[in-house]
Write a protein that binds this ligand. Structure first.
Ligand code: BGC
Length: 760
């Protein structure tokens, strides 16, 4: 019986492979035929992704871009919202251009469309791959209902520097967690089999390739310089995971790698991406990235455009360097026709796979736009996911959850804002619909609740920070009253309250692109208000809005309860109320380390040891701690509290040796010792004790999110295989090395139980 089943499944497999091959050869034949009819200019036109220019403001038909589309000089457009508009632009392409090739329509749908999910750094803290996949699927359903077939997501740049504003757009500091998230997002956008069989599946774009999160000093767009050992072991994995999951496109990053900008880096785009990772989709520039190589000092527009094509960059976003110079470069022998053909082919293949040649209006179903966007069902899921992304950093004396029956004073500049709830890069969000924190609390607490509100402070007294934090219509509307007047009003309502909820932190535009900071404290006036609120002796709960790890050393010492809510998306306010009132028990775990002080940055859990570790040397002079601060962070990677308490048993290994072709299991029993049902993320870390290169003190290798009722225990088992112990050695070979390993399991990267085994 077993044999028959095996034969049957082999037959099925060979049938699927054959079907795929015949699909591929059909596509090849179609594109070869199409390209045989295209002029050189039309092929280069496919490689051009211009900015929307006048097409979104004026009548599509009369715009400059429309003229280009008619001439076959445009391969796609991006960040245009509205299916009617997109349909009209597509009509120009397929009815008024000679080759009638449909356009791609892209957008930065990075954490939801109109139903907005938490910023990526926040959703990473759910450690829930199904929820993350679902968030991407919902984003794809909504975006595709509005004409979009291509999203510039997932952004998978590892970063260990919270000064860099774009940490908010990525999934934190860990390559393994980032890699799992990258795969989940690609599946969510493209569909599980990457077949785009439905008009709700859209093309994903992994960005920013590569190493953008390692910009020096945390300054955006800055230089990156990194050893290859580090690239391969610590930074490449999430990009590669997304490519392996079938991501249809890859976006180059703005930074240099070994002195050559990624956009013109052949080693990166061809040797690594195409040859080592076998990437089959197309590569696209970041906004103006080809032209920026002129500023990097790599030559004039013609030179850098040829450099990009030679490196393996297929589509030019905005610079129009390809459109304006490639023909000349071809005539001068600086690029070849084969290179242009290849780039054009990759782009046409994406259009073919999406089904645009069979139906250019596949993503322009006007009826879907009316019923599939911002639905009650999507919003309910976003609310649940947001609540699970929040991280409870402190809860002294179990102040949280609070009761709806108490009188609650809600204060702080983030308590009454709508436009700041969705978070950075929520391009399609409707900024006037999200509930404010005050509204969210009232809605969940019900009519009888006594909820008082006062703003209490402006965002900051720093005019530069204030000015920089107000872009895109998301300002906090600076109050004309003085800080003293605002504070006095807040103290007045605090005096009447049983508990104070302080909604404070950053605005949504204080993180994201081009939003780096050197000071990671809560802005001055807000901190001053917190100090006054503490003096009332009433319990204070800090509901912290932030797009990055902040320095909360003072807050941790002084404020009894801190709930980090990131920017939780369009439903954030309800989710905050759900958690504050105990309808949802918080379970988020940090995807990035919180430093004690900016001077500790870069700071991350999976570091190497130095020859003089902090703890065990007696020489004052050679201490490795800072003179004025500890080495340890404030909150470690993986950290997050719950309203209940979990305890961990010792780690049990199924054997103390692992054969190079075998496997062992590591298990631990987790018990819920508190009074609330709760979820816990059980984390597996491994350390390679001796290696041919120095190996990290621990690396995340697995995790499982479990639910436990009060008093309940569960045993969580992880399988450990030699494959999981592999790393890139000095010669960049991916190997495991026999020897001793330490297994660590716990609820965060610091507090772990451990056991040892030997790989033989
Ligand atoms: C960003 C990308 C984004 C692109 C298009 C650039 O400035 O770096 O992440 O996808 O703009 O909007």
């Amino acid at each position: 019986m077993k044999k028959i089943l095996t034969v049957l499944s082999l037959c099925a497999l060979s049938f699927t492979i054959q079907a795929q091959l015949s699909k591929t050869s059909e596509m090849d034949a179609f594109i070869t035929d199409l390209m045989s009819k295209m002029t050189l200019e039309e092929k280069i036109g496919q490689m051009n992704l211009p900015s929307d220019g006048d097409i979104i403001t004026g009548l599509a038909e009369n715009s400059n871009i429309a003229e280009k589309i008619k001439l076959g000089q445009v391969g796609g457009m991006f960040n245009i919202k509205g299916v009617e508009k997109i349909k009209e632009i597509q009509r120009i392409a397929v009815e008024e251009s000679r080759m009638k090739i449909p356009l791609l329509f892209g957008m930065d749908v990075i954490h939801g469309y109109e139903t907005v999910f938490p910023i990526p750094l926040g959703i990473a803290c759910t450690w829930d791959m199904e929820a993350i996949e679902e968030s991407a699927r919902i984003a794809a359903v909504e975006a595709s209902a509005d004409g979009i077939c291509w999203t510039f997501s997932p952004m998978v740049d590892i970063s260990r520097d919270p000064r860099w504003g774009r940490v908010s757009e990525g999934n934190g500091e860990d390559p393994y967690l980032g890699g799992q998230i990258a795969k989940a997002m690609v599946r969510g956008y493209q569909g599980k089999d990457n077949s785009y069989s439905s008009n709700t599946n859209i093309l994903s774009c992994v960005k920013h390739f590569a190493l953008y999160g390692a910009s020096e000093g945390g300054r955006d767009y800055n230089t990156v310089d990194m050893s290859r050992v580090r690239m391969y072991n610590e930074y490449f994995y999430p990009y590669q995971a997304a490519v392996n999951a079938g991501a249809g496109s890859v976006m180059a990053s703005f930074n240099v790698i070994d002195g050559v900008p990624a956009h013109g880096n052949k080693w990166l785009l061809t040797d690594v991406l195409r040859n080592q990772w076998n990437f089959k989709g197309f590569t696209v520039a970041d906004y103006g990235g080809i032209g920026e190589m002129v500023v990097h000092g790599l030559g004039d527009m013609q030179t850098v455009s040829a450099l990009a094509l030679n490196a393996g960059l297929d589509m030019d976003m905005v610079s129009e360097g390809y459109l304006n110079t490639l023909q000349k470069s071809l005539a001068e022998g600086k690029v070849t026709e084969a290179q242009i053909d290849q780039a054009c082919r990759y782009i046409l293949e994406a259009k073919y796979k999406l089904g645009l040649f069979s139906d250019p209006y596949k993503y322009c179903d006007v009826n879907r736009a009316k019923k599939d966007i911002y639905t009650a069902e999507h919003r309910a899921i976003a609310r649940k996911t947001a609540a699970e992304s929040f991280v409870l950093l402190k809860n002294e004396g179990n102040i949280l959850p609070i009761s709806e029956k108490q009188t609650i004073a809600v204060v702080g500049p983030l308590a009454n804002t709508r436009s700041n709830m969705p978070g950075t890069w929520s391009v399609a969000a409707n900024l006037s619909t999200p509930a404010t924190v005050v509204e969210g609390l009232k809605s969940v607490a019900g009519n009888n609740a006594n909820i008082l509100y006062a703003k209490g402070s402006n965002l900051t007294s720093d005019p530069v920070l204030e000015e920089n934090s107000t872009v895109f219509g998301r300002s906090l509307d600076r109050d004309a009253r003085t800080e003293e007047e605002l504070r006095a009003e807040a103290l007045k309502i605090a005096a009447q309250a049983d508990v104070i909820v302080a909604a404070m932190g950053e605005t949504s535009e204080m993180s994201g692109e081009s939003s780096s900071r050197v000071n990671l404290d809560i802005p001055d006036t807000q901190k001053a208000l917190l100090k006054e609120l503490l003096k009332t002796g009433k319990p204070v709960v800090l509901v912290l809005f932030t797009g990055r790890p902040l320095t909360l050393t003072w807050e941790d010492e002084n404020i009894p309860a801190i709930l980090n809510v990131w920017f939780g998306g369009s439903e954030a306010a309800y989710a905050i109320a759900d958690v504050l009132f105990g309808k949802v028990n918080p379970c988020g775990k940090l995807a990035a380390t919180f430093p004690r002080h900016v001077g500790q940055i870069p700071i991350y859990y999976n570091h190497l040891l130095t020859g003089r570790p902090a703890s065990d040397n007696g020489f004052e002079k050679y201490r490795s701690n800072y003179l004025d601060e500890k080495n340890a962070p404030l909150y470690p990677f993986g950290y997050g509290l719950s309203y209940t308490q979990f305890t961990y048993s010792d780690v049990k290994l199924s054997a103390s040796t692992l054969a190079t072709n075998g496997q062992i299991t590591a298990s631990v029993t987790v018990t819920n010792n508190g009074a609330y049902a709760g979820k816990e993320v059980v984390q597996l870390y491994i350390r390679d004790m001796v290696g041919s290169i120095s190996r990290p003190v621990k690396e995340l290798k697995g995790f499982e999110k479990i639910s436990l009722q009060p008093g309940e225990s569960k045993t969580v088992q992880f399988t450990i295989t030699p494959e999981m112990l592999k790393f890139y050695n000095y010669d960049l070979q991916y190997v495991f090395e026999p020897g001793d390993f330490e297994v660590m399991i716990g609820g965060n990267s610091r507090d772990v139980q451990s056991a040892q085994f030997t790989l033989k």
